[in-house]
Design a protein around this ligand. Structure first.
Ligand SMILES: *Cc1c(COP(=O)(O)O)cnc(C)c1O
Length: 233
């Protein structure tokens, strides 16, 4: 069972590496984050034993419930889901990074919580690049403003942008959503605003479309089902 998991993990790493080489990128520029939502703790432990180092949860409740099972497993945890402000208190102590900052009020809240315990918190601004109403993220037109606001907060370190790509069978539509994120990143980094010069990361691409994201410049892909199989109901 867990050797099967190890095989799927290395197959995904190979997909990422191939996608990078095809467009002349160094595979080492693309990190793999395992999206662990709805996976039992034993599966997550097995993934870490198989070599996964970077994990992402997208529900505060599940993050808190499974955290005690992972204390003896060296890993880095990011939060990648919709975050209600009242859940931020629970999430911040359990993660090194919140990738889903979609509004300034949430950023201020995270900044205060990090400041209270004298630490820096890494963040990404999440952008709704597809415009699909069900997707989280700030509108592309408002992304530069939000990012420059976030970059100025003293206890947040803006690392880049995150998006969930368009849900479409049309490769061009998916590619456009990822290329849009890359252009926004360029606008932010070149804005000269405080705290934006290092915001170079692009967290984009999932099991079904990571090749398109890597071609568009992803520095981190977030993969769940390609490693764990279909999610338990
Ligand atoms: C579940 C999830 C993923 C991974 O999706 P898969 O299709 O299972 O690879 C990536 N990003 C976010 C925000 C997710 O919630």
């Amino acid at each position: 069972m867990s050797s099967e998991l190890a095989n799927r993990l290395s197959a995904v790493r190979e997909r990422v590496a191939t996608a990078a080489r095809v467009v002349g990128r160094d595979p080492g520029e693309v990190q793999l984050l395992l999206a662990v939502k709805a996976q039992p703790a034993e599966q997550v432990q097995a993934a870490i034993r198989a070599g996964a180092t970077l994990l992402g949860h997208n529900r505060a409740q599940e993050l808190a419930a499974t955290a005690p099972c992972l204390v003896e497993y060296e890993h880095e945890m990011h939060f990648i889901g919709r975050l209600q402000s009242n859940k931020a208190t629970k999430v911040v102590p359990l993660v090194s990074c919140v990738q889903s900052v979609d509004r300034f009020a949430l950023a201020e809240r995270l900044d205060r919580l990090a400041g209270n315990v004298g630490r820096m918190l890494d963040v990404f601004v999440q952008v709704n690049t597809s415009g699909e109403p069900t997707k989280a993220g700030v509108a592309p037109e408002a992304a530069v403003d939000l990012a420059t606001g976030v970059g100025a907060l003293p206890h947040l370190r803006l690392r880049g942008l995150m998006t969930v790509g368009a849900n479409s069978d049309d490769v061009d539509v998916v590619r456009e959503s990822y290329e849009r994120l890359a252009r926004l990143r360029d606008d932010i980094v070149s804005s000269g605003a405080p705290g934006t010069a290092e915001a170079r990361e692009l967290s984009m691409g999932m099991s079904g479309d990571l090749e398109i994201a890597v071609a568009a410049g992803a520095t981190m892909v977030r993969v769940g089902t390609a490693v764990f199989g279909a999610r338990p109901a």
